[in-house]
Design a protein around this ligand. Structure first.
Ligand code: ADP
Length: 362
């Protein structure tokens, strides 16, 4: 039979006897009641341990009202407390419930089944509360560990990698004539580049995944597009590609500077996943309350079944031997979502893909 150790703190011997009697009537559970008639005796009993529930009269010879509850709660943080109140104390009892008491019962209006049920529910609720509290603590800990890790990645790993990259590039220049050394150095350089990209993308993703709101300022999207085009000049030239910007008027919206990463990722992908010599088209369509932006390529295209899943992190299909982290589109989606917008892919009827972004102007 289930056994529940009850600590009854009650100064009125008549009420105490009544409660004890009610609890002996309950079937299926054995209540072992320890009765104390002052708060200080009750709290001493709590310290000994083994109590499952406290039935607490809030008006005692050595303490009264709210204070009785607070003192008990301080000593018995993990034990559920049910208040035993008089008819006039119901308002106070409700206030105490909001501070963490599990339930209250009005003396004289309790019968044995109500008391038994209240005790069992109170124990169960407290157990759930404690489990939730522990879970919240674990989450907090995991979160601060993640922040620490992201910080280490961003600040402490990128610097040494940058040095290795520069060193391997310099050695490549000096040792380029030696074929076997060139091979090893190229391998070092390529892998360092890959690591740097991965760290940048992963820490960017961790940062934007953990924020709920972004700060906005006035940003001219057309200027942002020109900046991004200039940043990708080398990659465009290397593949003999050109970006045709159809929009050239100002398109000012309230946005976060992170929006530049959306353009960079989409343009970078259009270059990476198109054969050399193809053009890319970009346009910003200024609507009354929103802006629609698209990047159209004449590249390898994307199958219908992949169009949605590519926005999930680490999803890569038909890589065509192109290096990548699989995080670019997940970053795009999150930034667009933080702006209250949406992003989707359509087929370019002439072959290739069109990436659309639709965001509100404010
Ligand atoms: P990454 O380019 O680093 O692999 P992304 O998240 O930016 O990661 O892209 C995910 C995948 O989506 C790519 O690996 C590629 O298969 C596909 N993809 C993205 N953009 C295009 C595009 N413009 N044309 C064809 N495929 C694309």
């Amino acid at each position: 039979m289930e056994k529940i150790n009850v600590l009854l703190i009650e100064d009125n011997p008549g009420d105490a006897r009544l409660i004890k009697e009610m609890l002996t009537e309950e079937k299926g559970v054995s209540f072992d009641v320890d009765w104390k008639d002052t708060l200080s005796k009750g709290l001493k009993r709590v310290a000994v341990g083994g109590i499952n529930i406290i039935l607490l009269d809030i008006n005692l010879p050595d303490s009264s009202g709210f204070d009785t509850f607070l003192r008990t709660q301080a000593e018995a943080q993990e034990i559920p407390i049910i208040l035993m109140t008089g008819l006039d104390d119901e308002d106070l009892a409700m206030k105490i419930i909001s501070k963490g008491a599990q339930d209250y019962l009005v003396k004289g209006k309790v019968n044995s089944s109500l008391l038994g049920r209240s005790i069992r529910y109170a124990i169960e609720r407290k157990r759930n509360e404690e489990a939730l509290k522990n879970y919240a603590l674990q989450l907090e800990e995991a979160n601060s560990l993640k922040d620490l890790f992201t910080d280490i990645i961003r600040h402490d790993l990128l610097n040494p990698l940058g040095i290795i990259k520069i060193a391997s590039e310099q050695m490549l220049l000096a040792e380029g004539k030696n074929e076997s050394k060139e091979k090893v150095l190229t391998m070092i350089k390529n892998n360092t580049d890959k690591l740097i990209d991965m760290i940048r993308d992963a820490s960017m993703y961790a940062m934007i995944a953990s924020i709920e709101k972004i700060e906005k300022s006035n940003i001219d999207l057309n200027k942002t597009l020109v900046t991004v085009e200039n940043n990708f000049k080398i990659q465009l030239d290397e593949k003999n590609m050109r970006l045709e910007r159809l929009s050239n008027c100002e398109c000012s919206i309230r946005a976060n500077p992170l929006i530049e990463s959306v353009f960079s990722n989409l343009l970078s992908n259009a270059i990476k996943y198109s054969p050399p010599g193809k053009k890319i088209e970009a346009n910003i369509i200024n609507k009354s309350e929103r802006c629609k932006i698209y990047f159209k390529d004449w590249g390898y295209g994307i199958k219908d079944e992949d169009k949605l899943k590519l926005f999930n992190r680490f999803q890569r299909v038909d890589k065509k031997g192109v290096k990548g982290t699989g995080l670019g589109l997940a970053i795009v989606k999150r930034i667009v979502e933080l702006h209250g917008g949406s992003v989707w892919i359509e087929d370019n009827p002439e072959g290739g893909s069109i990436f659309y972004v639709d965001i509100p102007k404010t």
